[in-house]
Design a protein around this ligand. Sequence first.
Ligand SMILES: O=C([O-])CC(=O)C(=O)O
Ligand SMILES: [Mg+2]
Length: 637
Amino acid sequence: MMIARAARFGKRRAAVAALGRRGLRTTGSLREHRDPATRDDSFQEEIEYVAWEEAGHRLLENPIYNKSTAFDEEERKALGLRGLLPPHIETLEQQLDRAYASYSVKTTDLEKHIMLRQLQDTNEVMFYALLSRHISEMMPIIYTPTVGQAAIQFSQIWRRPRGIFISYPLRAQMRDMFKNLIARGHTGAPVDVDTRLRVNTIVVTDGSRILGLGDLGANGQSIPIGKASLYTAIGGIPGPETLPVFLDVGTDNEAILNQPSYIGWRSKRLRGKEYFDFVDQFVSCVKEFFPGALLQWEDFDIQSASPILKKYRNELCTFNDDIQGTATIVLATLLSACQQTQSPLKNRNIVMVGSGSAGCGIAEMIKMAMMQEGLTEEEAKKQIFMVDRYGVVHSGQEGLLPFQQELAQDQERLADWEGGKDGNFSLVDTIKNAKPSVMIGVTGMPGLFNEEVVSAISETCDRPIIFPLSNPTERAEGKPADIMAWSNNRAVVATGTMFEPTEVVVSKTKYTQTTKRFVHSMANNSWIFPAVGLACKVVGATRVTDGMLMGAARALAECSPGRDGDQDAPLLPPHEELKTVTRYIAVRVCQEAIREGKTTRNDEDDDGDRLLDVVERTFWTPRYKRVEIDSSMWTRT
Ligand SMILES: O=C([O-])CC(=O)C(=O)O
Ligand SMILES: [Mg+2]
């Protein structure tokens, strides 16, 4: 199986690196090389060097090259660091122990988030190494759900710039902003690397629909920062190659606008033609300054997410994470649940609660997967019931957006449905009539999956598959423990944010009781986008196609822990396997891109082993390199 194979390749990686990356590599004012003296072909890691033009304080302020107490004596002497650091020299491992100890005494998740973000802004290697060591514990801190809390308070906890803020009033200077970025790097520290050569993965938001929290204006920049961090932590894309972007077009959130500490542009949200022209100007800059980069749209509201995706998806390498990334992870999780409950997707009726861009994106992807399993488009469409606040979505309704019309049920089909009011059918009515075995929630409405709803679906099938996907935690449609109880522990539950496992009593005597733990996997797009980004980098993808995403979903489902027949296993692998599984998925995405001719490199050979090798070699791992000064670059200040 692939995980074993990936482990074997771990050994080969050093050898491949030794053969492939000899001599000097020059990137702008940065030079990296490996020491020939330490090079041999017996799988030993080599010492890697990085030559840099800055010494002293400026080096310590540079989060990419700063090693803090890990600079050794020789480096301290050569780099003008003597006296600027305490005398005791530490290894990375020792630094991590110390950092973890101070992390552990923080009493709130938000404080932990702030601490990790500060570490990221001062020493990236240490940040990613710490994250790597404690991935399960720290993912919810740097990402969902704590990142939601951090977004709400972003203006208050803001410390240092990261990424780029492009505000509407300065639109005439947008090209200058990109030039500034290239000159200075994007972490706010003096990184003079030629960013143009390096940025290949961009995450952009306009803050209009942050998680399930709504319009948070410029505070939304917290999300691209979090997503970019995962591209590095999980997808192995080096920090300087990622770029979080905020398009500041104002906010309609009055509470935020009235905060004295708000860091964004204080204006009502821009809409209509001016808005789309501004987005267009941004895309032109991306094409000009970072040609070939992957552009990820994140947390755009319903009015802009789909039109933007439609406009640009055939123009550059781009995707919308909430529509396509979410759809892909939900499909993967659903395929895994179908395997586990032993009935294929094509045999199922599905109720999709929430018909916004995320809900419709998921439904479209499920439709495609059903068609791959042999249904016609018409047949697949008949098995997917979109439900929104007015009830089941049908063709007789007015005001449906184009992407909702595509999925609306034919009104005539509902003629013989029971219940309902004035031809509209509530969620419970829909469940009773459509008899689904799958219910997916993307509404941001807590409590929607209540006892009545869960009991209704539990009557239609043996093992209802129920995914309350809204996040953060307080927005989820239902709590897994309740859903398990209301379904007599028959439900298969995955969520969109982290929940504790459900402990269920399976047998009880007077003196003893046996319990079982159900782990509810988090069907979060972090299983998908880092793999897509890694693959796009490896093959130089020109587009992100449905086929590439479908490949990602199926590859992930192949890794599901229940694949060997455990009917109660979690639906997704544990977080500890994120990186290995990401590489496995990335290979499949590369193969699809190559088969569809959507690459600028490697377009002839889609051999899996070869691609895994390239993926492994491309993957960045946090470890210190020896820093030396290149005197030809060194300008004393
Ligand atoms: O960020 C997450 O955890 C998932 C996501 O994209 C969203 O909810 O918008
Ligand atoms: Mg999102």
